[in-house]
Design a protein around this ligand. Structure first.
Ligand code: SF4
Ligand code: SF4
Ligand code: SF4
Length: 306
């Protein structure tokens, strides 16, 4: 069994997460040969005849696009590994700035470059938008997470390389959270730096924008368990992916309306103002943007562009 891990526009954290399997990495290397991974080894190009390839990162430029097509052609099974690959992830946030702004920030605006930094002209051509890998080629399995957590990787990668059946929970982060719904009164939307949340009751009920109800499970609700609202890094829950009339924004409006006595239109307005927060991990997904009720198009055009 030959496996490969390709890197596109991302931070390589998903590949590091594979190395972080601890002793389970021994099971992985016993069952499979890692024949290509630019992060782990000095191999420049993927060989032919790969059994399972994992792709991390989104498609931002022409080189990413070419690499994705090549690894698809060379592999029997292609797995989108991590939220950047599945939905654009944080790489998709670059849709909120245009090319000139991005290049100016990267090559001139950060503290580690000189003020007279040069913007290069020989970098790969920028595409007009960020793409999730499934927007460009056929994907056999999606493994979201930023990065996917160790337990989830064990549940997926090991059975996959051993040819065993994969069995996973398909619920939302709320299903893994043990907070109770306390009494909800005088609900107002709070920014996450405001106050210290009660540790036992639901963060959403306390006014914090916790995206647990609309986010795919698989992290053991690690943020709410540490008193931090979920910001959706596992990507959308399955009902949102499957149903054209369901979207992150409208399901959060519905959830808050169920909890409070605030009219839906007021909640809609308030959440619209923080829509960029709700779509932080999905902005680069055409599938999510194409939903008729999605606010992603508004967020991108408000902020200015592609
Ligand atoms: S999903 Fe997260 S960890 Fe993986 S490449 Fe993207 S930013 Fe990095
Ligand atoms: S909304 Fe957040 S805090 Fe409330 S149950 Fe869901 S994950 Fe837990
Ligand atoms: S709780 Fe939410 S933000 Fe935290 S790891 Fe899980 S999906 Fe990501």
């Amino acid at each position: 069994m030959k496996i490969a891990i390709e890197e596109l526009a991302g931070c390589s954290g998903c590949t590091i997460a594979v190395l972080d399997l601890h002793e389970a990495i021994l099971d992985l290397v016993e069952a499979a040969d890692i024949v290509y991974s630019p992060v782990i080894m000095d191999v420049k190009e993927p060989p032919e005849g790969i059994d399972i390839a994992f792709v991390t990162g989104a498609v931002r430029n022409a080189e990413n696009q070419e690499r994705l097509k090549k690894i698809r052609k060379n592999s029997k099974v292609l797995v989108a590994l991590g939220t950047c690959a599945c939905y654009g992830g944080i790489s998709g946030l670059s849709m909120m700035s245009n090319r000139e702004e991005i290049f100016k920030t990267v090559y001139k605006g950060v503290g580690t470059v000189k003020e007279d930094g040069v913007i290069p002209h020989d970098v790969p051509e920028f595409l007009y938008r960020v793409f999730a890998v499934g927007d460009m080629v056929k994907i056999d399995y999606y493994v979201p997470g930023c990065p996917p957590k160790e337990d989830r990787l064990k549940e997926i990668i090991l059975p996959l390389v051993k040819g065993d059946a994969i069995s996973l929970s398909r619920k939302s982060v709320c299903s893994e959270c043990d907070r109770k719904m306390g009494e909800v009164k005088d609900w107002t939307l709070k920014r996450r730096h405001v106050g210290i949340p009660d540790r036992d009751t639901c963060l959403l009920g306390q006014g914090y924008l916790c995206l647990g109800p609309v986010t795919f499970c698989g992290c053991n609700a690690s943020c709410p368990k540490n008193n931090i609202p979920c910001h959706g890094c596992n990507g959308p829950s399955l009902d949102i992916i499957r149903e054209p009339c369901r979207d992150i924004h409208n399901l959060m409006v519905r959830r808050i309306a169920d909890l409070t006595d605030i009219p839906k239109k007021d909640i809609e307005k308030e959440l619209y103002d923080v829509a960029h927060t709700m779509y932080a991990f999905t902005m680069g997904s055409e599938v999510m943007e194409d939903k008729e009720i999605s606010k992603i198009r508004d967020v991108i055009s408000q902020e200015g562009n592609r």
